[in-house]
Write a protein that binds this ligand. Structure first.
Ligand SMILES: Nc1ncnc2c1ncn2[C@@H]1O[C@H](COP(=O)(O)OP(=O)(O)OP(=O)(O)O)[C@@H](O)[C@H]1O
Ligand SMILES: [Mg+2]
Length: 245
């Protein structure tokens, strides 16, 4: 676990004047952000604003040109620290391509513990398997455990992705437009899961979305990014009844 003595005072995430981009061209321009442990922050903004780029910096996949990133007080200043943080972050992408290889729902979720509790010659333990069953039950897919992921609907695949992201008990959950490609019913199912997640497990969360309703329901505050900067910070007021699942 990353949480140690520093976790008492350090925020879950601190970006200080981060400039980052591709091939020397900056996309993020001196971005600062502080997220407290247990807080869920929504990020919205137009296409190309730099939202996914910000997530890549947090996940240690993109090294900033300037500025610093701290996760639970630990600087992401070396390749080693960036690799380490990747094992502590659960990530759900926009879409889970069905792929061409047959893989069961169970194994797809089990992969979320790869590199955390088992890897290489170290085989999955009973605890790994139990964690998979628990998460599958939580997303309502235990009865599909032996099904091939290629035969699932898009909404079911996103639920598999959420189970995989959570199965390693991450310190931070990052979701990049997780409902964009879902139909209305599957969007509702997925946002209900995120609402339940907020209730049952106060995991530090970054949720990128263009959907104002899901951001309102599933986050504590919403930030808007434009042209590589946060434009304003809209504090969210809790809405009565919005937590009915
Ligand atoms: N791998 C890459 N190489 C070069 N440029 C990139 C790369 N990824 C993104 N960009 C550029 O960086 C800018 C920001 O992209 P980013 O994906 O962060 O935006 P976004 O806010 O996530 O947009 P969207 O809402 O469309 O997902 C864009 O101009 C994009 O073309
Ligand atoms: Mg994006």
């Amino acid at each position: 676990m990353l949480q140690g003595a520093q976790a008492v005072t350090a925020p879950a995430l601190r970006l200080s004047d981060v400039t980052a981009g591709y091939g020397g061209r900056p996309v993020l321009r001196s971005v600062s952000l502080e997220v407290q442990a247990g807080e869920a922050v929504g990020i919205t903004g137009p296409n190309g604003a730099g939202k996914s780029t910000l997530l890549r910096v947090v996940m240690g996949l993109l090294v900033p040109q300037e500025g610093s990133v701290h996760v639970f007080g630990l600087p992401l200043a070396s390749g080693r620290s960036r690799r380490r943080i990747r094992t502590r972050i659960g990530y759900v992408a926009q879409e889970q391509p069905a792929g061409e290889m047959p893989i069961t729902v169970f194994d797809a979720v089990l992969l979320g513990r790869w590199g955390r509790t088992f890897a290489g010659l170290r085989r999955p333990s009973d605890a790994d398997r139990k964690a998979v069953w628990d998460r599958l039950a939580w997303v309502g897919l235990a009865d599909r455990a032996r099904h091939d992921v290629r035969h699932l609907s898009g909404g079911q695949r996103q639920r598999v992705a959420l189970a995989r992201a959570l199965v390693g008990n991450p310190d931070i959950l990052i979701l990049d437009e997780p409902t964009t490609h879902l139909d209305a019913a599957a969007q509702t199912d997925f946002s209900n899961l995120l609402i339940r997640l907020r209730r049952e497990l106060r995991i530090t969360t970054l949720l990128v979305s263009h959907d104002a309703a899901i951001l309102q329901e599933c986050t504590d505050r919403i930030l808007t990014m434009r042209e590589g900067r946060f434009q304003h910070e809209a504090k969210q007021r809790p809405r009565e009844g919005s937590f009915d699942v």
